[in-house]
Design a protein around this ligand. Sequence first.
Ligand SMILES: Cc1cc2nc3c(=O)[nH]c(=O)nc-3n(C[C@H](O)[C@H](O)[C@H](O)COP(=O)(O)OP(=O)(O)OC[C@H]3O[C@@H](n4cnc5c(N)ncnc54)[C@H](O)[C@@H]3O)c2cc1C
Length: 224
Amino acid sequence: MSTRHPIFLADHDELRASVRHFVDTELRPHVDDWEAKGFFPDDVFRRAGELGFLGLHYPEEWGGAGGDLAAEVVLIEELGQAGCGAIAMALGVQTDMATPAIAEFGTDDQKERYLRPAIAGTKIAAIAITEPDAGSDAAAIKTKGVRDGDTWRVNGTKMFITNGVRADFLTCVVRTGEEDGHRGVSLLLIDTDLLGVSVSLKLEKLGMRSTSTARAGNRCRSPR
Ligand SMILES: Cc1cc2nc3c(=O)[nH]c(=O)nc-3n(C[C@H](O)[C@H](O)[C@H](O)COP(=O)(O)OP(=O)(O)OC[C@H]3O[C@@H](n4cnc5c(N)ncnc54)[C@H](O)[C@@H]3O)c2cc1C
């Protein structure tokens, strides 16, 4: 009798075998070394994109596989077998934290510039919510965005940002309205190569050492 959970179908089994092969041959042999060094190569994103693993539940129109969330579960379950949590966390941020809002609410231009390359693994994404003085209370964030013509001026600092050291863009939670608390908050897409954006050197952690966790903002002094 099959022990497969009813949410998984034959297609998911095929996907599971492909991800497992990737993990067995291209990740697990290296993770101890990457954890010891505290960094895994950006090529892991590019390779995962090439194999189609970064867009499993995104529309084909933007380079995704048009699959369901169960496919994403398969990916994360199998990445979890890599021998360190860092890879699953870093790729999971790319596929399920920094990009879903772009797919759901983004303009075609934003999807072209951010979603498509994130799915291909040619751009690395980070989600920036946490702040030094807000922590888990997202309603207390202070990073402020003010309209300036057809752009925004953003001031603030974000903390503990997974993929932060190498991210090409941040999906950043910013206070754009006057209201306090959960209201008046927007998601802004911020290119990290913009003048005024700075990212700290990698923060040291007890575990998941090879994810590039960083402090980011325009009041953050350290060079990339
Ligand atoms: C490895 C790693 C990766 C991360 N990646 C990201 C990322 O990519 N993007 C991002 O935005 N953030 C990221 N974070 C930040 C993470 O989401 C925060 O650490 C988390 O929100 C907790 O914030 P804090 O550490 O300041 O703890 P605090 O907010 O100070 O909380 C400390 C403790 O107090 C409790 N607590 C807090 N407020 C209350 C309250 N009002 N009532 C009762 N209990 C309370 C909390 O539950 C917790 O147990 C990452 C963190 C880590 C460690």
